[in-house]
Design a protein around this ligand. Structure first.
Ligand SMILES: C[S@@+](CC[C@H](N)C(=O)[O-])C[C@H]1O[C@@H](n2cnc3c(N)ncnc32)[C@H](O)[C@@H]1O
Length: 312
């Protein structure tokens, strides 16, 4: 499966796990519902024509809504990045002076194009906001960051997501509870909340109370759901797997997780998918090769997504 990569970056991005997640998606006729949208990589590879896409971070939602409304187009992105890249390359302090200017401008005006700039010029493709909700990632320290080929890569990514965003994709910036409550029996909810006990910032605070609320909403939803969470690492287990989520089906898989300041957070963690429907679990569990007929289903789904992309 060729994974479509979105133009926004973040440390929690699920790019590498998309094929594994999509393999589990059941055949439903309703909407793709994503209460914790993030960069959007999972939804963009879902192939659904109807979707409810939500994140509490309004900058993410404003950016994709602007693409949907054609307020941001591949052409406007190219024009913006070409202009800003020149200013960055010429700026004092090895480009930092201009990075600071864009950061300060974004923190006052919240322009989605400045958000894109910061996401792509920040250190290590990270997204973090301080206690006041201001952008809080330093410059990647490359004044020539936006080379011609890098700009073209970003423009192509914007173009791809612009083609994928359907008229019936609804974007909202609310807390996850409201979004989950909108789900109906023929929908699939994919939940990727901040991993409990791991990483926190202004938009990604996540407490035990949040985890419990999520559990109770997902326990009661008439829809099917898939939840991404972590299972264990070399140091500890996610205690909520045992106390809450083991009531549902669970599959696991190793994943190297880059984010987080603590050393233990940089180690390999075992990813889990929790879900409330029947599936052949064997094929998803770590180190188990998919069986041929399951591969066929997987390829059919990839073909379907590719066809949708070609049609635009
Ligand atoms: C792990 S990230 C999602 C990553 C996404 N699946 C991807 O691949 O890019 C979690 C997201 O949840 C959002 N979030 C945190 N608390 C939330 C809440 N209470 N309601 C809705 N979204 C929330 C964060 O802003 C963040 O974008």
């Amino acid at each position: 499966m060729q994974v479509i990569v979105p133009p926004i970056k973040s440390q929690g991005i699920k790019t590498k796990l998309v094929p594994w997640i999509q393999l589990l998606v059941p055949d439903v006729k309703g909407r793709w519902i994503e209460p914790f949208f993030g960069t959007g990589v999972v939804a963009f590879n879902s192939g659904f024509s109807q979707a409810l896409l939500n994140d509490i971070n309004p900058h993410i939602i404003r950016f994709y809504q602007a693409i949907k409304d054609r307020d941001i187009t591949p052409e406007s992105v190219r024009e913006y990045l070409e202009r800003e890249s020149k200013l960055l390359a010429e700026a004092n302090d090895k480009g930092y002076a201009h990075f600071r200017l864009v950061k300060d401008r974004f923190n006052k005006q919240h322009d989605p194009l400045d958000f894109l700039f910061l996401s792509r010029a920040g250190f290590n493709g990270m997204m973090r906001f301080n206690k006041k909700g201001e952008w809080n990632i330093p410059f990647c320290q490359k004044p020539e960051r936006f080379s011609k080929s890098y700009i073209t890569k970003i423009v192509n990514q914007v173009n791809k997501v612009a083609c994928l965003i359907q008229p019936e994709w609804i974007f909202t910036a609310e807390s996850f509870e409201q979004t989950i409550l909108k789900a109906r029996s023929n929908d699939i909810i994919y939940c990727d909340p901040p991993y409990i006990g791991r990483y926190v910032d202004y938009f990604s605070g996540w407490t035990e109370a949040d985890e419990l609320r999520l559990f109770s909403l997902l326990s009661e939803t008439p829809a099917k759901f898939i939840l991404s969470t972590w299972h264990h690492n070399d140091y500890r287990e996610n205690k909520f797997i045992h106390s809450l989520w083991s009531k549902f089906n669970i599959v696991t898989r190793d994943h190297f997780y880059h984010g987080g300041g603590k050393i233990e957070n940089r180690k390999s963690i075992v990813e889990a998918l929790v879900f409330n429907f029947e599936a052949n679990i064997e094929k998803h569990n770590a180190y188990v090769q998919p069986k041929p007929e399951q591969m066929v289903l997987f390829e059919q789904r990839s073909e379907y997504i590719k066809r949708k992309l070609r049609r635009g």
